[in-house]
Design a protein around this ligand. Sequence first.
Ligand SMILES: *Cc1c(COP(=O)(O)O)cnc(C)c1O
Length: 378
Amino acid sequence: MRVPLVDLKAQHQELRAELEPAFRQVVEQARFSAGPFVSRFEQEFASFCGCRFAVGVGNGTETLWLTLMALGIGPGHEVVTVPNTFIATAEAIRLTGATPVFIDVDEETYTMKPTLLEAAITARTRAILPVHLFGQPADLDPICDLARAAGLAVVEDASQAHGADYKGRRAGSIGIAGCFSFYPSKNLGACGEAGAVVTNDPDLAERVRRLRDHGQNSKYDHAEFGWNARMDDLQAALLSIKLKRLPQWNEARRKNASRYGHLLSGLEGVRTPREASYAKHVYHIYAVRLARRDGLKATLQESGIECGIHYPVPLHLQPAFSYLKLEGGRFPVAESCARELLSLPMFPELTEEQMEYVAAEASRFLQAGSAVTPYGRN
Ligand SMILES: *Cc1c(COP(=O)(O)O)cnc(C)c1O
């Protein structure tokens, strides 16, 4: 049996009858960039997130970059974030000219540990950028309390958490802004590149809108420097169709996670994901934690089961961030995540047979291993 890490073909097969006419409609209207399909999707996505505004841009990296820029963050400033994330989170900080400041994450949830925040804040700090890793919101209340007291903005990197909840509120709607990627493999994915910023702040929405279009207020009136970060209408039209399915896809992911949890519960030395009491997790990624991660990965791959590592090198140890001069050992939880987390296949259409096969192959590997330890079988 072959089990892919994600299966977009299964999703598109199901939606073909709706995606193809939308594609033709965009071609016929011939409005391809920040046009009517983008406006419609912006309204739908804002409403889905429980926010007043959404601004569609070219990709998730631009949502973070333009939001930080719109908040006036630049050279001489610091933004606090975590090292166990996709590089775009910290790259966006660097692109504004500000410096990323990393803090370690919680041992159970792998998201920003609020108790480490205070010590990281300096006179240069302007914002806090928590990441809702793997589909589970970071613990936002203590983060927002601290930010309010210190006069800092909270920007949520919600690129893995479309439709997740924090204490009943949508991820992305709680900080000053929520930043979403619609990279194809995300829970809500375009058929290409796209992203959106959501916010309740009209000034921030307006400024991101201006920055995505060369800083122009009206045609050829450039108030400031921006970028070409407009969203594509074709992607918006396809995203409008997929957004209607997102709640049911997220429920399917949650059901699959619960099934995996049951199937893997007896395995010695394997920790399945923990759902925090404050969160509704949407399992963008289903990552198990174990000391023998690399061995399990190799065995599963040999059995036709695709696995992933999110992420093999924490950002403070990436060559691109060597200028920060942060040594290994500095963020022990994030570093052990890099050594021990293994992402198993996870997508809404995953079948019972596929999950049973993954669990059976994992169990075979772990039992074979324990038989050769000096202590014998345990
Ligand atoms: C995917 C992702 C991004 C970047 O999104 P792109 O659309 O690929 O630019 C940023 N942050 C996180 C946590 C992501 O997973």
